[in-house]
Structure formats: structure tokens, C-alpha cells
Design a protein around this ligand. Structure first.
Ligand code: DI6
Ligand code: FE
Length: 407
């Protein structure tokens, strides 16, 4: 590519490429150029062609440049919030008191069903904006607070609109098997049939579903119910992923791995069998420290065993109104270091390279020629700073396909 055709050239940047063998794939005092929304050249300033010219240039003055962050597990479209329950709990209310006052996941279902599409969009967009302002350029959003065809459709449509509005990539996951809606209390099989045989094919035909997820847990759906959903998803050619082993070992990770699943998520109670199955299938382990923290969980995910088996580890916010009202992926990475003892490099690969893989993307999550030019320039010099600072506005410029979109 002749240098004269570059659209954007960023110079004097510390490039955390997450490619190659150096720690963080770091190229100190480097430069990066983009053409047509892709990375066209990168290397050290010394190697920059002396005749390099570009339509736009920016001198980063030693600032860190990373791939755009990828949040591969969120439930950020929902109505209302549950701050009132949080307040009640910290004033001594029991789980029962809260349930009796109409709280818990059903309160989010009620508020989501009550909101029309524009209201749901208006309530959810600021959450996506907050993630973007912190460096997220690719975002997964699940349904699962509608639990009826129209409300699930609204959630997925709002997720798509958020991607268009912010100019970022949104991947949708259909999570009809999130909770049993109250009106199906005595008719579980009917609800599972509605999800598998009606909602899934209908919403997929409308182009609203990129992947299929379920909550496989004693308090949610069984492995047999999950399998039925995955069989339908597979028939439709849709990839699967799973909320697995969050509160107990249900064999969910092995199940999703047996379908060649993209990821198994949460995993605090994951055992050896599940880990081996994930390693075999190439299923990504998505750890969600925000939920671990908010639930004051003490069972740690088996990080050492995941490392030993070479299972790629991703980190996500799990942004949801009940168990992880977390609006910073960088803070999730910090928590993964402090709570789960990941190294900063593991945590950062977890919110870039491995998170991209958890969504089935091979064209992002690293800085390399040909990758999408989704980039973040930071108010930081070294990659470890992104995990070290606890919160704070560190993103200096966020680029999507080579264009600055935030802050
Ligand atoms: N895992 C969780 O912890 C929740 N959903 C899930 O799949 C909780 C959702 C909520 O309480 O709103
Ligand atoms: Fe979740």
C-alpha cells in the first residue's frame, strides 16, 4: 500500500497489539495507518516510510493505542432498574421481602414489557454510550427480559438500533430461556416450546438473532431444556453460547462445548470435565467479575485449570439490572485482576482478542494489518495502567473503522 493513500496515520504511539510474542504485543514508539476502515500499516517510528503522508495525521505523543474493546456479554437493554431493591437489601430486607414486594428479575421483566420500543431505546442507549466512552467498539446485547414474543423482539430491535445510533458493532443474543415468566409457572414445557419452536425461528427469520444463549441453572433451565434449544439453533445455523456453572455445576460448559459453542460464561463452579470439553471444542471461557462482586460470591472460577488447558479467557461486564449493574469494561478487567488474579495482560487479552473470538470475530481484537481499524488512544502510556486505575475517564479517542466516534 503506497503511503500516500493512507486515510489516517497515528504517530508516536505505544501500540499494544496483542499479536506476536512481546508482552502485550507491545511496540514502543510506533505508528499505525488505516485505509478504508482497516489497518494498512503498523510498526515502529523508525520503520515508518519517510515519504509517509495521509489525509489525516495525529501525533499521540507517547500515548497508548489498543484495539477497540469488545464487551462480549451484556444484558444492557432493559426497562427500569433495581436500585430500590439494592437499597432495601442494604437496609436489612430479606430476599423474601424483596420478592414479596414484586422485586427480582420479574420486576425487570415487568418494566421491560411496559416500555415501548422508543422508551426502551432511550433508557438503554446511555448505558451503551457509557461503555463506548470507556473504549468499547464491539458489544454483545442479549434479550431475556421480555420473555414473550413482542417484548423479546423489542429488546432485539433496540439492540440493533443502538449499534446504528452509536456506529459501533452490536451482536445480539436471543436469551428466551433466561427465566420462566410468571404466567407459565405451571406450564414450563409450554414456555420452552414457545421459545424453541416459535420465538427462536420467528425472530431469527426477522434477522434479529446473531447467537443463541440460555441460563442453565437450578433456578432457571435444565440441561435437557438447553439442549432442545441448542438443537433448534443449530438447525437454523445459529451459534450457541451459555450461562453455565454460575451457581452450581450442571454440566452446562460440556453441553455448550458439544455443540461447538462460542463461549461458556460465568463458570465459578466449573469442573475438570467441563474445562477439558471446552479446550477440545475451542469454546471461550467468559468470566464476569461484576456479578461475582455484586453477589459477594466466594467461589472463584478455576483460572489456573483454564490456563493449564489453554482455554482462552475473556472478561465481560454482564451489564444487567440484577447482578451486575456495571458500566465499564475496563473496571471489569480491573476486577478480573484483583478478584480472579488474572495478569493485566490476560485481562486485556480478555477484553480484546479473546472477547472477539467469543463473538466469532476474527477481524478485530488485535492490531495487525488487515484488521478493522477499531482503536482506542488512551490517557495512559503502558497497557497495565488500563487495569490498574479503578475507574476514571481514561479513553482519549475512540475510533471505529478509522473514524473518531468518542468521547
Ligand atoms: N445470570 C444472572 O446472574 C442473572 N441473569 C443471568 O443470566 C440475573 C438477572 C437479573 O437478576 O436480572
Ligand atoms: Fe449474564
Amino acid at each position: 500500500m503506497p503511503a500516500s493513500r493512507w486515510d489516517l496515520l497515528l504517530t508516536h504511539a505505544n501500540l499494544a497489539t496483542f499479536a506476536g510474542d512481546a508482552p502485550f504485543g507491545l511496540i514502543e514508539d510506533g505508528a499505525l495507518a488505516c485505509v478504508d476502515g482497516r489497518i494498512a500499516w503498523l510498526g515502529s517510528m523508525r520503520e515508518l516510510p519517510p515519504d509517509a503522508v495521509a489525509a489525516r495525521t495525529g501525533d499521540l505523543g507517547g500515548a497508548l493505542l489498543t484495539p477497540g474493546l469488545v464487551d462480549c456479554h451484556t444484558h444492557l437493554v432493559f426497562g427500569g432498574n433495581r436500585a430500590h431493591e439494592f437499597d432495601m437489601r442494604l437496609n436489612g430486607a430479606s430476599y423474601e421481602d424483596i420478592a414479596k414486594s414484586g422485586g427480582g428479575i420479574v420486576s425487570s421483566v415487568r418494566a421491560t414489557r411496559a416500555a415501548n420500543e422508543d422508551e426502551l431505546f432511550a433508557q438503554s442507549l446511555p448505558r451503551a454510550r457509557a461503555l463506548l466512552a470507556d473504549g468499547v467498539t464491539t458489544l454483545e446485547i442479549k434479550s431475556g427480559y421480555g420473555l414473550e414474543p413482542d417484548a423479546e423482539r423489542r429488546m432485539l430491535r433496540v439492540a440493533r438500533r443502538i449499534g446504528i445510533e452509536l456506529g459501533i458493532t452490536v451482536r445480539t443474543s436471543f436469551l428466551g430461556l433466561h427465566a420462566l415468566p410468571p404466567e407459565y409457572k405451571e406450564r414450563r414445557d409450554d414456555y420452552v416450546a414457545l421459545v424453541c419452536d416459535d420465538m427462536l425461528p420467528t425472530l431469527a427469520a426477522e434477522g434479529l438473532i446473531d447467537a443463541v444463549d440460555a441460563f442453565c441453572e437450578r433456578i432457571a433451565f435444565t440441561p435437557a431444556e438447553t439442549r432442545r434449544l441448542f438443537e433448534r439453533a443449530t438447525q437454523l445455523g445459529l451459534p450457541v453460547k451459555l450461562h453455565a456453572e454460575q451457581l452450581s455445576d450442571q454440566g452446562g460448559a460440556a453441553l455448550v462445548a458439544s455443540f461447538g459453542g462460542l463461549s461458556a460464561d460465568h463458570l465459578e463452579h466449573l469442573g475438570e470435565t467441563g474445562i477439558a470439553a471446552m479446550a477440545q471444542a475451542g469454546t471461550v471461557a467468559v468470566l464476569l467479575p461484576g456479578a461475582f462482586y455484586a453477589l459477594r460470591e466466594t467461589q472463584l472460577p478455576p483460572v489456573a485449570a483454564l490456563r493449564e488447558h489453554g482455554v482462552p479467557i475473556a472478561i465481560a461486564t454482564d451489564c444487567n439490572p440484577g447482578t451486575s449493574p456495571l458500566l465499564s469494561l475496563r473496571l471489569a478487567a480491573n476486577m478480573a485482576c484483583t478478584l480472579f488474579r488474572l495478569t493485566p495482560e490476560e485481562a486485556l487479552r480478555g477484553i480484546t482478542t479473546h472477547a472477539a473470538r467469543a463473538l466469532g470475530f476474527a477481524d478485530r481484537g488485535t492490531l495487525a494489518v488487515g484488521q478493522r481499524a477499531d482503536l482506542v488512544a488512551w490517557h495512559a502510556q503502558h497497557p497495565a495502567e488500563l487495569c490498574y486505575w479503578i475507574g476514571g475517564p481514561l479513553a482519549r479517542t475512540v475510533y471505529v473503522a478509522g473514524e473518531s466516534v468518542a468521547p
